[in-house]
Design a protein around this ligand. Structure first.
Ligand SMILES: NC(=O)C1=CN([C@@H]2O[C@H](COP(=O)(O)OP(=O)(O)OC[C@H]3O[C@@H](n4cnc5c(N)ncnc54)[C@H](O)[C@@H]3O)[C@@H](O)[C@H]2O)C=CC1
Ligand SMILES: O=C(O)[C@H]1O[C@H](OP(=O)(O)OP(=O)(O)OC[C@H]2O[C@@H](n3ccc(=O)[nH]c3=O)[C@H](O)[C@@H]2O)[C@H](O)[C@@H](O)[C@@H]1O
Length: 434
């Protein structure tokens, strides 16, 4: 099978490398010339564990180009894996997907299958098909198949190699056979359905996970008031197999490139069809408030942040990635800076991306320990391993050891009699300071 993939982001590049790993030859297309130049030299442009190694291992089966016409002209399968970001009204911006559809239509010289891997609103595959037909330059047959992706950043390679399922939406028997053959070397259950259901499986899955997080965050907030411990509550709930123990970690809300936009996109679509999704709306609202939970807590200790030094541990939306999309750091740090705080920040991967987005009185430190020194309060925003490994005594180099832990990294019991305040999410505050 000759394969091309449009988009070399988290999904496109990981898909390409995994497909090359199972023996396919893949041409990766992107409009970003810098990215393509890096990739041609074997440099991986994103931080994703195991990706550079697997890319190097399978480099002989990978090619990279900005020349979409040459790339698409003679392929059996063309994946669309470009972004579908949020528009100001919350709906999904489909312009990149349709632009690729037009480029494919202008370039193909033979029958092929176009696979929509990007997360797209229900009904999009049909529109992509119409777009292709409208712009086709030659008399060729194109099948459009929905094949949403379920990988998570930070574990993308593992997720794609050992995913829980592969979802394929098509009514065409021949397209079904082509897609099945692509994935035959990945030992995963394949669910065949129609295109609209496949598109909906993706949104419904992401929105359900977002909802689960918002639910446990609301439970956490009430645990704080009522003196219960949300970590124990989540453990007790999660042992019921009907609930499951995943995605019950209370914290400062979900970020990332997908949960925020995919909840808003489905909510928008529901409203558009006069079917408001009230649970999804609640998940979105809870998350907006939760992101500012530590700011609210900090105001208990400082009525103004003017002149105080805030140590921020973690900038990315989760560990294992350099991605800052919708990261709580982007909501919190500008508020601290606007209120006159000095910020010292630590992140093992996200600093360069953060500098491109936020400027101000920020000192970037090489270690969590250096970040904490002489700070008046600490915000923990990402549970990087090196942050989780800190011991209570590491916080004693702070001018005032007030730890606001947005990721519940430590057992409050370990704080013992150390002279500090430990205020986490959904658990009793340990307060050993006067
Ligand atoms: N990031 C993630 O963990 C996951 C993302 N998804 C979905 O997959 C899609 C892609 O997401 P990411 O990989 O994160 O996006 P991304 O933003 O990392 O990458 C998209 C890439 O497409 C390129 N591009 C734009 N127009 C193009 C064109 N005409 N031809 C070729 N390349 C073009 C961009 O330059 C960029 O490199 C989205 O719909 C997203 O919702 C689905 C599952 C997981
Ligand atoms: O469509 C997508 O893009 C992807 O979105 C998520 O993957 P991702 O955003 O990479 O990362 P997650 O591990 O799901 O974390 C998302 C956010 O939720 C937060 N989270 C996660 C789990 C939890 O229990 N609590 C919690 O607050 C994380 O800190 C993070 O900010 C889904 O997990 C993937 O299945 C999906 O393919």
């Amino acid at each position: 099978m000759k394969i091309a993939i449009a988009g070399t982001g988290y999904v496109g590049l990981v898909s390409a490398v995994v497909l090359a790993h199972v023996g396919h030859h893949v041409v990766c297309v992107d409009v970003d010339e810098t990215k393509i130049e890096q990739l041609k030299k074997g440099i991986c442009p994103i931080h994703e564990p195991d990706l550079p190694e697997l890319m190097t291992e399978n480099f002989c089966r990978l090619a990279f180009t900005t020349d979409y016409a040459a790339a698409y002209s003679d392929k059996d399968i063309i994946f669309i894996a470009v972004g579908t970001p949020e528009k100001v009204d919350g709906s999904a911006n489909m312009s990149y997907v349709y632009a690729v559809a037009e480029q494919i239509a202008a370039s193909v010289t033979r029958d092929c299958v176009v696979v929509v891997k990007s997360t797209v609103p229900i009904g999009t595959n049909e529109k992509v098909e119409q777009h292709l037909k409208k712009h086709l330059k030659r008399d060729v047959a194109i099948e459009v198949v929905s094949n949403p992706e379920f990988l998570s950043q930070g574990t993308a390679i593992k997720d794609m190699l050992h995913g829980s399922r592969i979802v394929v939406g098509t009514d065409s028997e021949s397209a079904r056979r082509v897609i099945a053959s692509i994935y035959e070397n990945l030992d995963q259950p394949v669910i065949f359905t129609d295109r609209r259901s496949a598109e909906m499986i993706k949104y419904a899955s992401n929105d359900f996970l977002a909802l689960k997080i918002s639910y446990i965050n609301e439970i956490a907030n009430i645990c704080e008031v009522l003196g219960a411990n949300v970590v124990d509550v989540a453990r007790g709930m999660g042992m019921d197999p009907r609930i499951g123990d995943k995605f019950l970690r209370a914290g400062i809300g979900y970020g990332g490139s997908c949960f925020p936009k995919d909840t808003k996109a489905l909510h928008w679509l529901g409203n558009f069809h006069d079917q408001e999704l009230k649970t999804v709306k609640a998940a979105i609202e809870v998350n907006e408030n939760q992101k500012l939970r530590l700011i609210k807590k900090a105001r208990k200790y400082y009525s103004s942040f003017e002149g105080i030094t805030v140590a921020v541990l973690g900038l990315t939306f989760k560990p294992g990635t350099d991605d800052l999309r919708e990261a709580p750091s982007l909501a919190n740090i500008p508020i601290l800076l606007d209120d006159g705080a000095k910020v010292k920040a630590y992140d093992p991967c996200g600093v360069e991306n953060f500098k491109r987005k936020v400027s101000g009185d920020i000192v970037y430190c090489a270690t969590p320990e250096e970040t904490l020194r002489d700070a008046d309060i600490c915000f923990i925003l990402t549970e990087w391993p090196e942050v989780m490994e800190l011991q209570p005594n590491h916080f004693l180099t702070m001018r005032r050891p007030i730890i606001l832990d947005g990721r519940n990294c430590y057992d409050p019991g370990l704080m013992g009699d150390y002279p500090l305040i430990y205020d986490s999410i959904g658990r009793t505050i340990i307060s050993n300071l006067d």
